[in-house]
Design a protein around this ligand. Structure first.
Ligand code: IMP
Ligand code: MG
Length: 181
């Protein structure tokens, strides 16, 4: 393991188990839905979303949005900017499932869900791989959640610190000295 990492939190096998369970829950709830859109939030959700979508046994569309709330640090600025928007004329026909890597303050997802509903989406739900409920600043509960974790900064499987570690196949806790120096 990389010297910057404190310990593994989820192995590849754990992540396979989590994505399999979430895919089954979604498949079950969306059995009769005709136009389901998995909407990944770049870039953190890319690895999770690609594993998840292969396991949901029904036709799906995919799309992406990019928002910013974090700089290169480990704390959110609180303000959400849309950097890449969703340009679609069929929003009123789409059952959207927003796919996020991790929920921290809750600001990103609560803002995005409001935004998509205001723009006329037929329905909006959220799936997150991980959740840090202890860090919540706004009231927000995901519809599907892979696992709750304590308040530690983690990387891997799409998640980064200053654009590093995204390609690790597992999830690990980043040593405090890396981001506190
Ligand atoms: P929120 O808007 O405060 O809920 O922030 C969610 C976003 O913060 C996620 O999409 C991640 O990009 C980032 N984030 C929060 N916690 C972590 C972490 O432990 N590791 C990496 N990124 C994180
Ligand atoms: Mg993110």
């Amino acid at each position: 393991m990389d010297k910057d990492l404190e310990r593994k939190l989820f192995t590849e096998a754990d992540l396979d188990e989590i994505t399999t369970r979430l895919a089954k829950e979604i498949e079950n709830d969306y059995k009769d839905a005709k136009n389901v859109l998995l909407l990944g939030i770049l870039k953190g959700s890319v690895v999770f979303m690609s594993d998840l979508m292969k396991k949901i046994k029904k036709p799906l569309q995919i799309d992406f949005m990019k928002v910013s709330s974090y700089g290169a640090s480990t704390t959110s600025s609180g303000k959400i900017n849309i950097i890449l928007d969703l340009h679609r004329s069929d929003l009123s026909e789409l059952d959207i499932i927003v796919v996020e890597d991790i929920i921290d303050s809750g600001r990103t997802l609560s803002y995005l869900c409001e935004y998509l509903k205001l723009n006329g989406a037929k329905s909006v739900k959220t799936v997150t791989l991980l959740d840090k409920p202890a860090r919540r600043e706004v009231n927000f509960t995901p519809d599907y959640c892979g696992a709750e974790i304590p308040d530690e900064f983690i990387v891997g499987y799409g998640l980064d610190y200053a654009e590093r570690y995204r390609t690790l196949p597992y999830i690990a806790v980043l040593k405090k000295e890396i981001y506190e120096k």
